[in-house]
Ligand binder design. Structure first.
Ligand code: ADP
Length: 269
């Protein structure tokens, strides 16, 4: 039986700030206690990475984060032999370190990784919880603290970049989205120190931009971009310019779309 979380939680000052949206903290902790891997899906910049950092700190677990890309190999996760000072030494990858140390391995944008790379996760995500390391002949059994967390953005997916059903059915899944205004407002204030009035204007603007339809937008404004806009305002930039630089230009290269977004910004600032 693991220690109750109240015995192991860190003082709040050490924990990265995270404003809960719903039951995600309780669900994550329950999954960790039951040694279940977690899949987090949601648009970019909505707080997935911050949430994992927050939970790792709350549960006093070391966190190993990997940003996945299509060149990521199984060796990047598991480890490799390196040559140094005339001899070959084995160097654990982040997944192996998380298993040895009983921490969290967080694979961000896991759909970017090649399918043959994600296959190394399979024996860790069922009740065996083992990591076979072919090159050293070891077979590590994950300690109770170990947890595998993966995230992806369903909006970016196309046929070649989805998780295989045989992979995704090994995880319990949490669905994230941009937070409601009453959550996004305190996030902006606490991340940037911006006052409530300006923060509210940004949140209202975000709502309007997220409802815009019919433009060449792959994704809409994220909480991250709102945080950037608030930071530029805190640095003394006029709000309209801050929003253009932090929100409008990153969202689109299309002249008509930029003009439409700027028109919405003008109604707010
Ligand atoms: P993702 O991993 O989903 O792309 P991040 O976790 O990096 O996004 O979030 C981007 C930024 O948005 C964070 O650095 C943080 O400033 C802010 N943020 C978003 N949601 C929250 C939240 N619920 N609590 C605190 N900060 C948040």
């Amino acid at each position: 039986m693991n220690a109750p979380v109240s015995d192991i939680v860190r003082p709040l000052a050490d924990v990265p700030f995270y404003q809960p949206v719903a039951e995600e903290c309780t669900l994550f902790e329950a999954a960790w206690r039951q040694q279940l891997p977690v899949l987090i899906k949601g648009p970019t910049g909505c707080g997935k990475t911050r949430f994992v950092a927050h939970m790792a700190a709350r549960l006093s677990l070391p966190l190993f984060t990997v940003s996945c890309h299509d060149d990521l190999t199984a060796a990047d996760l598991v480890g490799r032999h390196l040559i140094g000072a005339g001899q070959t030494v084995w160097c654990d990858g982040p997944l192996t370190r998380a298993v040895r140390e009983g921490g969290i391995c967080y694979l961000d944008e896991v759909v970017e990784a090649r399918k043959d790379t994600t296959v190394v996760l399979h024996p860790l995500t069922d009740d065996r919880r083992i990591l076979p390391i072919e090159r050293t002949g070891e077979e590590l059994v994950a300690p109770p603290g170990f947890m595998l967390v993966v995230s992806y953005n369903p909006g970016y997916q196309h046929v070649l970049k989805t998780l295989k059903p045989s992979t995704r059915q090994r995880f319990v899944a949490l669905s994230f989205d941009f937070p409601a205004p009453e959550v996004e407002l305190p996030v902006l204030m606490s991340e940037t120190g911006i006052d409530a009035g300006r923060a509210r204007q940004l949140v209202v603007l975000a709502g309007q931009l997220r409802r815009l339809q019919g433009y060449d937008l792959e994704e809409s404004v994220s909480t991250r971009l709102l945080v950037y806009a608030a930071k530029l305002m805190m640095a003394g930039l006029p709000p309209g310019l801050a929003c253009r630089t932090a929100i409008v230009e990153p969202l689109s290269d299309d002249v008509d779309t930029v003009a439409a977004l700027l028109a919405v910004v003008d109604t707010q600032f």
